[in-house]
Design a protein around this ligand. Structure first.
Ligand code: ADP
Ligand code: MG
Length: 320
């Protein structure tokens, strides 16, 4: 099977069929009708075999995750997902792998109403790069740079489950049978908080998604907003599955430094805080206040029962 046959078979009709796509896969470039009064948000994520996943991982889950990690970045910007491109590098043509991978992309892209509109296919070490494009009403994109001293810090969902899922998959941590499915799902089939991200446009001062672990990720808000933060580790939202599977300190460690949760972190000023629960309740995702933004620029303070919580972070950095 040649490159063009492969593209036609597995990637020419993937995701939702959007009416704003004038030309999708098959030409030198995609042609898209962009909505008036909106800004375009663009983001890219790469997943490399051996670094982000294992060559024998379930290809359907990989397709799902590749879409979700990109859509999660759009969610963090308050954008509505719309179009995807895929740069695929493959060591060989494995039709079983390709059909499962493209099915994973297809079902996830459809779920988020996105269409795959183009890409590139090359031979080499297995590597998956996706670019996602979305729309946000002009001037309404969320950012990492708007946090204000006194803001309340919130996170969606629960933290640490995906990191435990990775350990479980690697055989490095035991999880009781009743929690195994939930924990593995959180790692292999994460969700992007898209509707909630859009709802935050007129509420949050700053927002980001949690891909590398709260402890490291929040530093980006602190630097870009020139603020500090104080977080109470006892307030970190932990799933019952995580609590049942680890001691307290392990659970805090996974919640603080475990990656791939794809929950949103956002900050809200005092005067908007009261309406938050009511405004966000239709989205069916729990939100939890974990601390406050402070004036200590660049400093992250962790507390437990009003005491300093001493913690050695273990966040993942590619070039550290
Ligand atoms: P060009 O040589 O002009 O870059 P290609 O021959 O690489 O175009 O690709 C042919 C068409 O297939 C283009 O529309 C391109 O966007 C699309 N395409 C290539 N690889 C992929 C892929 N993995 N997924 C989706 N579309 C792809
Ligand atoms: Mg090309």
């Amino acid at each position: 099977m040649g490159e063009f046959e492969l593209i036609a078979k597995y990637f020419s009709a993937v995701g939702a069929k959007r009416s704003d796509v004038i030309t999708g896969v098959g030409d030198d470039g995609a042609v898209i009708q962009v909505r008036d009064g909106h800004d375009l948000v663009v983001t890219t994520d790469t997943m490399v075999s051996g670094t982000h996943f294992f060559a024998n991982d379930d290809p359907r889950a990989l397709g799902h995750k590749l879409v979700t990690v990109n859509i999660s970045d759009l969610a963090a910007m308050g954008a509505e997902p719309a179009w995807l491109s895929l740069a695929l590098t493959l060591p060989e043509v494995n039709e079983h792998w390709l059909s499962q991978f493209s099915a994973g992309i297809n079902e996830t892209a459809e779920y988020y109403n996105c269409q795959l509109v183009g890409g590139d296919t090359t031979r080499g070490p297995l590597s998956l790069t996706m670019t996602a494009k979305g729309l946000v009403p002009r001037g309404k994109a969320l950012s990492r740079s708007g946090a204000k001293v006194g803001d309340y810090i919130y996170v969606t969902g629960t933290l640490g489950d995906a990191a435990l899922g990775l350990k479980l998959q690697q055989g490095l941590h035991q999880v009781s049978k009743k929690h195994q499915t939930h924990i593995l799902q959180r790692f292999q089939y994460p969700s992007a908080r898209v509707a909630l991200g859009q709802a935050l446009r007129n509420i949050a001062n700053s927002a980001m998604d949690l891909s590398d672990g709260l402890y490291g990720d929040i530093q980006h808000i602190l630097h870009r907003s020139a603020v500090g933060a104080s977080i109470d580790v006892q307030k970190l939202p932990l799933s019952q599955a995580l609590k049942d599977s680890c001691d307290n300190n392990t659970a805090y460690g996974l919640a603080l430094s475990g990656g791939e949760d794809y929950e949103l972190l956002f900050t809200v000023s005092e005067n908007k805080r009261g309406s938050l629960d009511v405004l966000l309740s239709p989205y069916g995702v729990a939100i939890t206040c974990i601390g406050r933004i402070t004036g200590a620029i660049g400093k992250l303070e962790l507390k437990k029962s009003e005491q300093t919580f001493s913690y050695q972070p273990q966040g993942f950095k590619h070039f550290a």
